[in-house]
Design a protein around this ligand. Structure first.
Ligand code: ATP
Length: 237
């Protein structure tokens, strides 16, 4: 695939896996500056494995990853963060550290610059009230907020989120979606791995991952027009 000049992130032909097990097979995905891309797939489809290869937590065996036009395929995770891509994993926080310590750790990629904690507390007011409490004392939803605040502390151009809805009540999922809309309005690009189709509401484009392969990529409208995908993901005839 020729590189897309407008892409902020461009993954091309990515293979990855664990030991002798190959999980990803030639995955292509791109994210443009400021846009929100949804990576949709069931449990075990390979979403987490792909995100980890993007952020440098596992090796990309074949293929390439570019960020802002530069090849980052073999770059250390911390250098990728410094270049503007941060990651919220499913287990995003250090439970024994306080809320504010977690946020400050997220800002380490900024080097000498401090985290703008006041700005983050304005986005997540509940965290201000609990800033001295250990992260382990937070509810599941509050931990997600902290995970996001920690990933945002490094002032990313692209925030990569692994299943932000995991373990949350439908009400809290709505809250997460509201927060993502706020990040969009700040111009932050988002790549959201999910199995919850509720996140289509915030996405401009969708990639569907099945068995470690991209089965579909296109706009949200194109996805909902695709009969097989409609049946598989929306339970519609
Ligand atoms: P989930 O929603 O369950 O997180 P996922 O789409 O993120 O699913 P992955 O976690 O990437 O999927 O898992 C893809 C495949 O890789 C699965 O078969 C899983 O068992 C396997 N796998 C994941 N992590 C490891 C690991 N550390 N070692 C070996 N196999 C792994």
């Amino acid at each position: 695939m020729p590189p897309d000049a407008t892409a902020l992130l461009q993954a091309a032909g990515v293979d990855a896996g664990y030991g002798t097990m190959q999980v990803l097979w030639s995955v292509d995905l791109d994210v443009r500056a400021g846009e929100t891309v949804l990576l949709l797939g069931a449990n075990g489809a390979g979403k987490t494995t792909f995100l980890k290869s993007l952020v440098g937590l596992i090796e990309t065996r074949h293929g390439s990853i570019q960020l802002g036009g530069d090849d980052i395929t073999r770059m250390r995770s911390s250098d990728r963060m410094r270049r503007g891509m941060t990651y919220m994993s499913e287990l995003a926080v250090f439970p024994d550290l306080s809320v504010e310590e977690n946020i400050r750790i997220g800002a380490q990629a900024l080097g000498h610059r401090d985290a703008d904690v006041d700005d983050l507390y304005a986005l997540f007011p509940v965290l201000r009230d609990k800033r001295k409490d250990p992260a382990s004392s937070l509810s599941g939803g509050q931990r997600k907020m902290l995970g996001m605040a920690k990933a945002l502390a490094a002032d990313p151009k692209l925030l990569v989120l692994d299943e932000p809805s995991a373990g949350l009540s439908p009400l809290f999922v709505k809250e997460v979606i509201r927060i993502l809309k706020g990040l969009q309005s700040r111009g932050i690009a988002l790549l959201v791995a999910e199995q919850n189709i509720g996140f289509l509401e915030v996405a401009t484009r969708v990639f569907v991952l099945e068995g470690g392969r991209i089965r579909f990529s296109g706009t949200v409208a194109e996805m909902t027009d695709n009969e097989a995908l409609r049946r598989a993901y929306f339970g519609l005839k």
